[in-house]
Ligand binder design. Structure first.
Ligand code: ACO
Length: 325
């Protein structure tokens, strides 16, 4: 039986920085409010040349370079995104072509902020089943395209970016040890993109000029704090480990207070938690793989370490995984 080892990683964030001071000039908010309520100081905004496909491809190329893998050896490309450039064709096919991954199948996976951890689980299954030897998994989102920049309750939270990993078949005791996937669609209207006809009908609301993100912040906050701990503990148990065996937790970067409350409940030391949302805000499906790539590039990860990835968001959906580095 094969394990799905992470052999490559990479991230891409747009050059354009939007600071809290910039937002102060756009809506009735303040740097002080945003920092104390969320921990976010700045975020990156995709420019006209930074499409979802381009950001995904840039992160994927870096991941292939770290893995030292020829793109033609990829069997599968999975792109987790909620902000595709087109609904048809799939982002995965465009990334596959841009990389020259001519032998690979490709598709998109939609699970909002949980998308990358969902896709990691899917990709790992193909390798563990012996169907694929090398899989590229990308998490990419440009949620700022769907923000209402007059709505201060949402526009301060999000940023754009991409992260990717290469999974390869390994016979060593490493890689994806467990996957937990969850969903509670009864919470669909706590966080959604308004403007699609079916949801408008369900809501009895009038179509906005273009689709915009709507969110019940407190509902999502409570759900997130609970689910981080539950999903992480379940993933650790399924890996046959205990919380003491965890060397690093990389949670989805939505709000520093959500992470702090969840980590305090878990009783995990703060030094074992990766937080970078001060610089990127909530990059949706990109947040966990950007964190993973940063931790790897900064030399924080060493062979044998147990890393817990946990994500949550619209659906409501969540996913967690234990990866042995
Ligand atoms: N600047 C200044 N004031 C603001 C802002 C802002 N940007 N946003 C809201 N306020 C005001 C509100 O209007 C409210 O004023 P009021 O008391 O006069 O009504 C006050 O601040 C407090 O608002 P709350 O909503 O109670 O603030 P809270 O402490 O709950 O923080 C927040 C709001 C940051 C949105 C929080 O609820 C949160 O982070 N929720 C989770 C959101 C999230 O992570 N979503 C993404 C999930 S992942 C995905 O799938 C995309």
């Amino acid at each position: 039986a094969y394990r799905a080892a992470i052999t490559g990683w990479g991230a891409y964030v747009p050059a354009q920085v939007l600071t809290n001071a910039d937002l102060e000039r756009m809506v009735a908010t303040s740097d002080e409010w945003i920092v104390t309520r969320t921990g976010i100081r700045e975020r990156r905004i995709a420019g006209p040349d930074e499409t979802t496909v381009q950001m995904a491809t840039a992160a994927a190329q870096r991941a292939l370079e770290t893995a030292q893998l020829d793109p033609q050896r990829l069997d599968l490309v999975i792109v987790a995104t909620t902000t595709p450039d087109y609904l048809m064709p799939a982002t995965g096919s465009l990334v596959q072509a841009a990389l020259g991954a001519t032998r690979a199948g490709a598709f998109d996976l939609v699970a909002a902020c949980s998308g990358f951890v969902y896709a990691l689980g899917v990709g790992a299954q193909f390798i563990m089943a012996g169907t694929a030897r090398a899989v590229l998994v990308v998490g990419v989102d440009a949620l700022t395209r769907w923000l209402d920049f007059t709505d201060r309750t949402t526009c301060v939270l999000f940023g754009d970016g991409a992260g990717a990993v290469v999974l390869e078949a390994s016979e060593a005791d490493e890689g994806v040890l467990s996957t937990v996937l969850g969903s509670d669609g009864t919470g669909a209207l706590h966080l959604y993109l308004e403007g699609f006809p079916e949801l408008l009908r369900a809501n009895g609301s009038v179509a906005p000029k273009r689709p915009v993100i709507r969110m019940a912040g407190r509902e999502v906050f409570r759900f997130s704090v609970r689910i981080i701990g539950e999903a992480a503990l379940e993933a650790v148990a399924r890996a046959g480990l205990s919380l003491d065996d965890v060397d690093l937790l990389i949670p989805h970067q939505a709000n520093r207070r959500i992470i702090e409350a969840a980590v305090e409940r878990l009783g995990l030391p703060w030094e074992k938690v990766w937080v970078n949302l001060d610089r990127y805000g909530n990059t949706s499906a990109a947040s966990v793989p950007i964190g993973l790539a940063e931790a790897a590039d900064q030399g924080v990860l060493h062979p044998g370490m147990n890393v817990v990835l946990v994500a949550f968001g619209a659906g409501l959906a969540w996913a967690a995984s234990v990866v042995r580095w």
